[in-house]
Design a protein around this ligand. Sequence first.
Ligand code: FAD
Length: 623
Amino acid sequence: MLHVLLPLPLSLAAASPPPPHIVVVGGGWAGYTAAEALSADPACKVTLLEASPRAAGGLAGGWRTPGGRPVEAGIHGFWREYKNTFKVIDDIGLDADEVLGPFTPSALVSKNGPVAVAPVLATAEASTTAATTPDALLELLRRASMPGADPLKQIADLLPAPLDTALLAEFSERSPLSLLDRASGVGLLACWADFRQEDADSWARYDDVSAETLFKDYGGVTDPLYDELVAPLLHVLPMGPGYDISAAAALSCFHVFALQSRGAFDVRWCRGGITEKIFRPWQERLEARGNVVLRGGARVSGIAPAGAVDGAAAVDGAAATATGCGGLLVQVLGDETPLACDAIVLAVGATSAARLCESSPLLASLPATQRFGELRGVTCVAVRVYLQPAPRTTGLLGGSHASTLLPPAVAAAMRASPVTVCGPEIGGMAELSEAGFCVYDLQRMHDEHAAGDLAVLEVDFYRAERIADVDDDHAVARLALEAAAAALGVPAATLDPSLIVDVAVVRARRAVSHFALGSAALSPGLRLGEGVYACGDWVDRTGHASWSTEKAVVTGRQAAAAVGRSLGLRAVDAQVIPAAEDTPQLAVLRKISAALRAAAPTGTALPPPAPWAALLKAVSSQR
Ligand SMILES: Cc1cc2nc3c(=O)[nH]c(=O)nc-3n(C[C@H](O)[C@H](O)[C@H](O)COP(=O)(O)OP(=O)(O)OC[C@H]3O[C@@H](n4cnc5c(N)ncnc54)[C@H](O)[C@@H]3O)c2cc1C
């Protein structure tokens, strides 16, 4: 549990000027990273305030039910390019292989049934043989011509990501995707090469175009390819339908999660709850430093300038009598006295930041926050269902453990991977018309469940307002089993609700950043105003090419660096590992694209559509 805030030693306050005090608001990846980076400098004090009394970790956090069963606000994966996040895990002193399972493929399901199993690409062999230099290219051509060579694998090594994924993925026999459908994705290359993650103009150009328009009207992606591959990925990565996700977000997200390097789509999953496995030891490490206080159950209700201590101007109605350092006051709900500090780092998520602005005139007055009220959040519902055990099925692939107590038909449907990624409109269920979801066999992923005597199925729904509105947890669990059965193509009776032993449902309303059209224009930089900074996955979209957990970690470090600079702190540990460089193939495409853009008339928006896009659109509208 988080500790109660202790007052700073009086001697410090009396003798010399107090050390700079920084308040970090929010105890997720972003807040913990900022606190870690700042408190590396012993010359400052850091207080982290987290609203939840239950657990550290923010949206990635978890806790135990009164019956002792672990619960989380959704299962969280760690993609191959999460280099800064992996460094955090190392720095805590944890062995990544003990905390995380192996890189695991995911099975993809659309409304039409199974689509493909994405391969784990960046095996040691693949990464050494990828054609990144002319010599490597020649070597690959030589090998490809050798007797017994796997031609697909050899050709894939020649291609830039993600074309290699498209070739190596095991497409289901039931998938309606033809080779032509798969090939139509090539039409996206022009926009992909034109969009620059770290260029504000690029974001502005693609921010007001929908992902659906990008893929269909510009990319010339066929309807089957859109329905089978693009829609499911949009519904589980940026978590929304193509019409409600910006083209900029889609390009950035697909680039980071799938396209930027060979094997970028490979995912590791935590071997248990992230709070217990990562945040608890992290908390202990921070507390051992002596200059960090972590406080749970501390909801910040207002932020004000220190001048507000004089007389009537109080923070959120509380009489403010703080003394000591700082030009800012932070009011915690229920506390009599606000905390004085020199800088504040908001690490609270977009919709929470907007709420905080409403109760803090200081925040509301900053130019950077003027449009925070327009920021939107996606609602997620995480459903964990404990089921009576069936006879054990063994020899399953992917994940940390190879066996399960799920019904044999379910085990067989999930044989290739314990993770099934599902698009919208599955099973014709009304609640799923816009919701994507993932089905996880937790016995194959979590050590604790592997050793348990119950089957454990987790179904996490994204863009799930309709499901969140169902109050009865058992009704939600029934719906989850029905959705899982439909996605896995097993009879509903295979996952009959009578098998349910226990249920845990977590509703995260408007909690995940929604990268809707125009959202990049709303996203602030790291510095909101004098002494006030922000970090999180919704901040500084044009910065480091990363998403979700990795973006939270990166911006946490960057915000800490900015605070450190302004307060003259010299030992803040805020180094950021840069995002992957463009592959040689992408670098060539980018050069061509830059030359075309330079030659195009000023004000040209997007590159011209793929030549076949208009034809496909005409055919599609006639259907
Ligand atoms: C179901 C689901 C699945 C996901 N899957 C993945 C995945 O597989 N991989 C991945 O990388 N990411 C995933 N994400 C996204 C990931 O969880 C977020 O990107 C990440 O948690 C953002 O971290 P953060 O620290 O910026 O914000 P958060 O995790 O949102 O933390 C913000 C914290 O601020 C606290 N707070 C808010 N207001 C106040 C206040 N006034 N006072 C004090 N504290 C306050 C909140 O309680 C919260 O703990 C998923 C999210 C969900 C919901």
